[in-house]
Design a protein around this ligand. Sequence first.
Ligand SMILES: C[S@@+](CC[C@H](N)C(=O)[O-])C[C@H]1O[C@@H](n2cnc3c(N)ncnc32)[C@H](O)[C@@H]1O
Length: 231
Amino acid sequence: MTSTLSPEEAQRHYEANAAKQDSQAWYEDEAFRVLIACADFGGAREILEVGCGTGRLAEILLRDQLPSDARYTGIDIAPAMLARAAKRLSPFAPQVTLKPGDVTLGLTAGTATLDRVVATYLFDLLSPAHSKNLISEFHRVLKPDGLMCLASMTPQTSDGDTTILTQIWRLVQKRWPWLVGGCRPVELHALLDDKTWKVMANETVSPKGVISQILIARKIDPHTTDRDSRQ
Ligand SMILES: C[S@@+](CC[C@H](N)C(=O)[O-])C[C@H]1O[C@@H](n2cnc3c(N)ncnc32)[C@H](O)[C@@H]1O
């Protein structure tokens, strides 16, 4: 038995639990703050967020960070999440596109068209194979100097410490994955190939004992020289 939810199971779970999603702000907001501080959204024009949920991060980005001509696209597998996101983001409607979709099947965005790809608390619930495929798709759709901006629960702080709550969460997720929406602590850096991504920021935060990792990585364009990619 696998402890990750299939996309169909995730769809059912998040469709039924959309009304509860915003109650996770107590551990997500600190990670959002660090992610925003590290990812220069003021310099972005084309942004894709996958697993956008109810649009909480998008609202902050559109209200406080993105240029007024930036275009934001949010994809989610659960229509009930998208309905909440549409309501929340209605003041920014001309800049916003929301689409239903299962991102484990790939992305429809064109190659090298995006400045930022964003996924918060999504890799926690994807299988390792789906995670690797999605990271490859992020690499394909980003422009040469585009940034991948991730936040997820993670097992350890940057100092190698863990917390009782994180340990309990792992045990619950292994046994009853649906109780925690399939989410488990994951090590985001382990998903990246250092030849194709340059890590710009890799930080952890642990409000009230839930540890999150924030990882910002720049796409290394295969056409740039080794010297360029190290800069
Ligand atoms: C834990 S919630 C996080 C929501 C939001 N990003 C946040 O940080 O508050 C995971 C989200 O990913 C969506 N999701 C799960 N599997 C997906 C898939 N295969 N494709 C697209 N969205 C998915 C769920 O519907 C849900 O909205």
